[in-house]
Ligand binder design. Structure first.
Ligand code: MN
Length: 489
């Protein structure tokens, strides 16, 4: 895991430049308001984005309308093959690879200000004419977004009482020259810190780190129970790289920042202050979320008062499309690693691989590939599915397939669901369980068993063959040949 050539966003971009078809650069002037995402939707967004879209290269825009010398990169992680390349493994092995890192964390270290590129240029909010909106080309995804969003902002905070640290990516909407609203899905660790500070009547210091090593972004997307409160997710990134993540003290608030970030926004979450997410645009919508829909703007969100913006020389703004394949990888790879850790602990040897399928944005659907070796393994595949729900509570559907089915090949998974599955006995419904609020089907209008949004039905689709009937389900066997000598003849 050590000796990766990738240590920050710039070295990640250099690696992509060596691989044809992984990075597309354009000098054509682009409007960051809806146009940039409108372009990338066709070029490389994928995921749950409206069709037509496709998985494609990352894209660098070097001419941003209204900004001198700004650059925006989108879709760095919007392709599983690219993520594997950036982390130094294969697409099929990503879940297992990140799982190893989860088990061998390497804590971050502090570096001096002189060694922190993210503080090469410092703008204090007290400087005359300070305006966050002029410094950072935050885009909108669609014309009806509540406002410009920072979508790849890694938020760092520490518990005001115990000092334990946490990082997560949050929905951050720029609300003014020095204000940003922040949306927390219930239960997030940074929100627990914020609530503690608020109870004491104090602001919660925070840093928003933009433009990072892909390993840092992936690691930050782990959630409890894999990374319980007090587990600094940056230590997983340290393990992935075989080298601790370097942090630096913020210049204006009592927080830390990722030393080689392109851009850092420093600020404080204010106690007892709330704003409507769409207070200026009045669109009623927030932004496109990973399930593929634009969620409603929230009426009351906590506010970050910005104290400073620091950045590298000629910083690169990094962004993503909410429902793109980028979210699938960011959320899905930690989901896979969490499921592998949990199932292997309880049922060693059964689970072969896991794929957090793009249809669920990496959070709602997992395909579990299992291998039943002996009669006692019959039924354990369903136990593995129950464990997967425990490993990742936002999971809605688990699809179980045998070892001869490729979990990453949707055609093959649907083949198993067609020829190895009987709906009346192979669907296991678990109603009335807490799932996730952003799935519009998880609402009382959809089912009498749903008492409130997000308390919905989880389901297992068991597409495995009963072990005692395996002989009837042997796939047609082809002659093993050296096909390669026919390709150039
Ligand atoms: Mn956490």
């Amino acid at each position: 895991m050590a000796d990766s050539p990738v240590t920050d966003l710039r070295s990640a971009l250099e690696l992509l430049e060596k691989h044809p078809g992984q990075l597309l650069t354009t000098n054509v002037a682009v409007d960051p308001m809806a146009e940039l995402s409108g372009v990338y939707r066709y070029v490389g967004a994928g995921g749950t984005v409206m069709r037509p879209t496709k998985t494609g290269p990352a894209m660098m825009f070097t001419n941003i309308q209204g900004y001198d010398d700004a650059r925006v990169v989108i879709g760095m992680l919007a392709c599983r093959k690219r993520v594997a390349m950036l982390l130094g493994t294969t697409p099929e092995n990503l879940g297992k690879y990140v799982c190893q890192a989860l088990e061998t964390p390497v804590a971050p270290v502090m570096v001096a200000k002189e060694d922190a590129a993210c503080q090469d240029v410092v703008h204090l909010a007290t400087d005359p004419g300070f305006d966050l909106r002029r410094l950072i080309p935050a885009p909108t995804n669609t014309p009806e977004d509540a406002g410009p969003y920072i979508t790849m902002g890694l938020c760092y905070g520490a518990d005001p009482e115990t000092g334990v640290e946490d990082v997560t990516i949050h929905r951050l909407c720029v609300q003014g020259a020095d204000e940003i609203s922040m949306y927390f899905v219930p239960g997030r660790h940074l929100d627990a810190f914020r609530m503690k500070a608020e109870k004491a009547g104090k602001p919660q210091p925070i840093s928003i780190n933009i433009g990072l090593d892909p390993a840092v972004y992936i690691a930050s997307c782990f959630e409890a129970p894999s990374t319980p409160l007090g587990f600094n997710e940056l230590s997983i990134a340290g393990s992935l790289r075989g080298k601790p993540v370097e942090m630096v003290r913020c210049v204006s608030v009592g927080a830390k920042a990722v030393a080689n970030a392109e851009i850092v926004i420093e600020g404080e979450l204010l106690p007892n202050v709330r704003v409507a997410e769409d207070q200026f645009s009045k669109t009623g919508k927030a932004m496109p979320e990973f399930p593929g829909y634009s969620g409603p703007a929230k009426p009351e969100l906590p506010v970050i008062k910005v104290k400073a913006v620091t950045h590298r020389v000629r910083p690169i703004m990094q962004t993503c499309i909410g429902p793109s394949e980028e979210h699938v990888n960011l959320a899905g790879i930690p989901t896979e690693a969490s499921i592998i850790t949990m199932v292997n602990r309880a049922l060693p040897g059964l689970l072969q691989n896991v794929y957090a399928h793009p249809c669920g944005g990496g959070k709602y659907v997992a395909v579990l590939q299992v291998k039943k070796s002996a009669p006692p393994d019959e039924g354990r595949q369903r136990q593995a599915a129950l464990l997967a729900f425990s490993a990742f509570s936002e999971l809605k559907h688990v699809i179980l397939v045998d070892e001869d089915v490729d979990p990453f090949d949707s055609n093959d998974v649907m083949w198993a669901m067609t020829t190895r599955f009987q709906a009346d006995v192979d669907v296991i419904c678990i109603p009335g369980v807490r799932c996730h609020p952003l799935d519009p089907s998880q609402s009382p209008e959809m089912s009498p068993s749903i008492r409130a949004g997000g308390i919905a039905c989880k389901a297992i689709f068991d597409c495995t063959v009963p072990l005692d009937q395996k002989a009837r389900f042997k796939r047609a066997q082809f002659k093993e040949v050296d096909y390669t000598r026919f390709l150039n003849g």
